[in-house]
Design a protein around this ligand. Structure first.
Ligand SMILES: [Fe+2]
Length: 376
């Protein structure tokens, strides 16, 4: 303990105690105080330009006091003065995570969701960012939205995606065409039924947000089937807590191998976010590699995995709908498990144009359009 300032600031060996509002006192570390001095940030780039690694000795206050609502520190090793508003200090006093406006509660939905799905007209999104804000909000809470009135052009998909993020390529390229291919490299490129899945679990970081622009859908069959895996996983946690823990803790191998690629990655079927909430799933039977865990571990894992897969197919969760020409379904690929019924390839046209953006950029767009940020 080095001394007491007149305004109640107590200097200690590695930091200081500051009286904050409501008579509470909070401790702050000297490195943290020096590193986060407002002068440490470039006002133009908004990046930190102070070099904490370049200090020859550990920072220490010569004196510190409260003045006009600021903590004012005079540093022992330089003539530098740091002024930090007490309001700023209060936000970090308890060592809690910085609040994030994009951390919206996820609202589980069920098989009857199609009538309630958030819908936005393409022209309205292009005309007014306030509509894009509501679209991103729906993506964060519901994980799915239906856009209508897209132009019947190749450019419409990428133009739409660019409203909330940059298109992020996969090993299938910048975008992809879902229709019957002559030499398919993917079940989606056939007219067969496509079991419930999330896309590309064989990538290190599976795509975050998926866009499917329906250019035509006049075939017999081919309905889309969407499930909110948050709703399923929440129920699964209650019904089978031990199975839930296994699916959260176990890395499962996924693959996609063809002539020109051999993608492999390991993912957990149920994913938790940094707050311990269920944030989504990564699941795909057709991209699951041969499970290479010890066989006696599989005695427990397979039944849990199958119970979850079966629960996902319960009618309670299945949103079945027909995607129409000019519509674009947009969904969180780590949350919404999707599939398709088989269709008759000769009965008409079925053509979807798809691409991905990332979830981080979705949250970024939501924060920016909400007017939130440290530099606002
Ligand atoms: Fe898919």
């Amino acid at each position: 303990m080095l001394g007491t300032g007149e305004t109640g600031v107590l200097l200690r060996d590695n930091g200081l105690d500051v009286p904050l509002a409501n008579g509470e006192t909070a401790y702050f570390n000297y490195y943290w105080l020096r590193d986060n001095c407002p002068t440490s940030f470039d006002p133009e780039t908004r990046e930190r330009v102070f070099d904490v690694f370049g200090m020859d000795t550990a920072p220490k206050a010569r004196s510190a006091a409260i003045s006009a609502g600021d903590l004012e520190i005079s540093w022992a090793d330089s003539n530098h003065i740091t002024r930090l508003p007490l309001k700023f200090l209060s936000a970090y006093a308890k060592g809690e995570k910085r609040p994030d406006i994009a951390n919206l509660p996820r609202v589980p939905w069920y098989g009857d969701h199609y009538a309630k799905i958030a819908r936005f007209a393409y022209d309205d999104l292009v005309a007014d960012k306030a509509n894009v804000l509501e679209w991103t909000r729906a993506m964060l809470t519901d994980g799915v939205a239906l856009l209508t009135g897209l132009p019947d052009t190749d450019a419409a998909l990428l133009d739409t995606a660019s409203l909330i993020g940059h298109v992020r390529p996969s090993y299938f390229g910048l975008d992809f065409e879902v229709k019957t291919h002559i030499k398919p490299t993917n079940l989606a490129y056939t007219s067969k039924a496509l079991p419930l899945h999330t896309d590309l679990p064989d990538e290190d970081l599976a795509p975050g947000v998926q866009f499917l622009h329906c250019r035509a859908n006049t075939v017999d069959g081919g309905n889309s089937i969407f499930v909110d895996a948050i709703a399923v996983a929440e129920d699964f946690r209650k019904a089978y807590p031990e199975d839930f823990d296994l699916l959260v803790a176990t890395d499962v191998p996924y693959y996609c191998e063809h002539e020109s690629f051999d993608m492999r990655s390991r993912q957990r079927v149920i994913e938790l976010d940094e707050y311990g909430n269920i944030s989504g799933v990564t699941i795909s039977q057709h991209h699951a590699d041969i499970f290479d865990m010890p066989q006696d571990y599989l005695d427990r894992y397979y039944p849990a995995f199958c119970r979850f897969g079966k629960m996902m197919r319960d009618a309670k969760y299945l949103m079945r709908f027909h995607l129409n020409g000019g519509e674009c379904i947009v969904f969180d690929n780590h949350r919404i498990v999707h599939g398709r019924e088989a269709y008759s390839a000769t009965s008409g046209q079925r053509h979807l144009h798809g691409c991905y953006t990332d979830r981080g950029e979705l949250r970024s767009t939501f924060r920016v359009l909400s007017g939130e940020g440290r530099f606002k």
